[in-house]
Design a binder for this molecule. Structure first.
Ligand SMILES: Nc1ncnc2c1ncn2[C@@H]1O[C@H](COP(=O)(O)OP(=O)(O)OP(=O)(O)O)[C@@H](O)[C@H]1O
Ligand SMILES: [Mg+2]
Length: 402
């Protein structure tokens, strides 16, 4: 079955004038040039037709009985339905004062009567083209904004994915250790039980050995299970923080440590080191989830970008009190640095030097908006090529209320 192609609607022009001669002349010329023409004899009729016919442009006479053209234009601009339709005034006199009033009420252009048809056509075409271009721009902007939202969402999902991988990896060690000692102890207990069930005598030294072993086993079990429990608490907090923008009071050192921990599995696959120097007692009343996202992005960036071609490198997270009630958190690496030209652009969305190899260029853009819009602080960068990079977050200890 053949579907009918949707043909673009010819541009519609609404002409409002109290002179029947002029209306007919314009109807004739404009129809001849492919426009759909709608006519109105006064301002009230014009406004009604504007709402019904949804014209692409309005030619509006100024001096008419009843409402004048200026008032009609003011009302058209106040109505959401007709606000964006360009209005060209038709004026009898080329009086400058009148023209200025026309622009003041929202007109985009004017033509003076009597006019040349070519001039009218040229102006109409220009403004219709401008309006089309504007609406295309608006649509392009909206679809870009949607694409950006999707990317941010994907970034969040990826962060959650690596969090889960981190949990699995970190828990593996203490649970594996516990399983190993528990199974050895189970085997030993089985042996002893068999001894007893057969009524065999047991040497004192054997019993002492078994009891020593029991003590060591429980001690190892306790230590590893405690480690697992600590990890779970830590991860639970980071997971809650990551998925919400909840405000709470927290120790900065704990939030830094928790987030670095989730990155450890990927950091351990590299030869690079992460060092934390955060005062233990430093308390904040802020948004730990978004702050954690910022820390994770900056540390990941250092690991991903700073040490290209290097076999060793260090990332340092250092916090210090700044002016009263503010903290400076530096994320510093001793890697390759960022060129001055690139420093200007790193916070721009989609700027990346790893295009096609895993970089989307959104990381620092998101970091920048979290720091300024949620945490109420600032982020600055200092970097020398060949001498590493230092990102500094200046944050209020108490984030602004939203
Ligand atoms: N510590 C650093 N050392 C060197 N270059 C860096 C560092 N941090 C960021 N950059 C540069 O800034 C660019 C932009 O970083 P951004 O985090 O916005 O994007 P990305 O890391 O490339 O991609 P993603 O969206 O995955 O984060 C990087 O491509 C890199 O060139
Ligand atoms: Mg990044």
């Amino acid at each position: 079955m053949q579907t009918e192609q949707a043909r673009p609607r010819p541009p519609t022009v609404l002409v409002v004038d109290d002179s029947p001669t002029l209306l007919l002349a314009l109807l004739d010329h404009l129809s001849h040039h492919g426009f759909l023409v709608v006519l109105a004899h006064d301002a009230r009729e014009g406004m009604m037709r504007a709402a019904l016919a949804e014209p692409d442009l309005i030619l509006l006479d100024i001096v008419m009985p009843g409402l004048d053209g200026f008032e009609a234009c003011r009302r058209l601009k106040a109505d959401a339905q007709t606000r964006d339709v360009p209005v060209i005034f038709m004026t009898g006199l080329s009086d400058a004062k009148q023209i200025v009033s026309g622009f003041a009420v929202g007109g985009v252009d004017y033509i003076t009567k009597p006019f040349q048809v070519e001039e009218v056509l040229a102006r109409i075409n220009t403004h219709i083209a401008l309006r089309r271009a504007n609406s295309e721009l608006k649509q392009a902007y909206q679809s870009l904004a949607r694409a950006q939202e999707d990317l941010v969402h994907q970034e969040k999902l990826a962060a959650l994915g690596s969090l889960v991988a981190g949990i699995a990896h970190e828990l593996n060690t203490p649970i594996g250790n516990s399983l190993m000692v528990a199974s050895t102890f189970e085997a030993q207990t089985g042996d002893i039980r068999e001894h007893f069930s057969k009524g065999e005598n047991m040497r004192r030294s054997e019993l002492v050995g078994y009891l020593d072993n029991a003590c060591t086993t429980t001690e190892i079990l306790m230590r590893n299970l405690q480690r697992a429990a600590d990890l779970v608490t830590n991860f639970k907090q980071v997971a809650v923080d990551q998925t919400s923008t909840q405000r709470r009071t927290f120790l900065l050192a704990e939030v830094v440590a928790g987030n670095v921990l989730t990155l450890l599995p990927s950091i351990r696959r590299t030869p690079f080191e992460v060092v934390q120097k955060v005062p233990d007692e430093l308390m904040m009343d802020s948004y730990p989830g978004p702050l954690g996202q910022v820390i994770a992005n900056l540390v990941n960036n250092a690991i991903m970008h700073a040490f290209d071609g290097r076999s060793e490198g260090e990332v340092e997270l250092v916090a210090e009190y700044e002016k009263p009630d503010w903290v400076a958190l530096h994320v510093r690496d001793n890697g390759n640095g960022i060129s001055h030209a690139n420093q200007e652009r790193i916070f721009d969305p989609f700027f990346t030097t790893k295009m096609g190899v895993g970089g989307s260029g959104l990381g620092l853009h998101i970091v920048h908006s979290i720091v300024s819009e949620i945490l109420g602080g600032r982020i600055t960068v200092r970097s020398e090529e060949g001498h590493g990079t230092c990102f500094t977050l200046s944050l209020p200890l108490e984030a602004p209320r939203r």
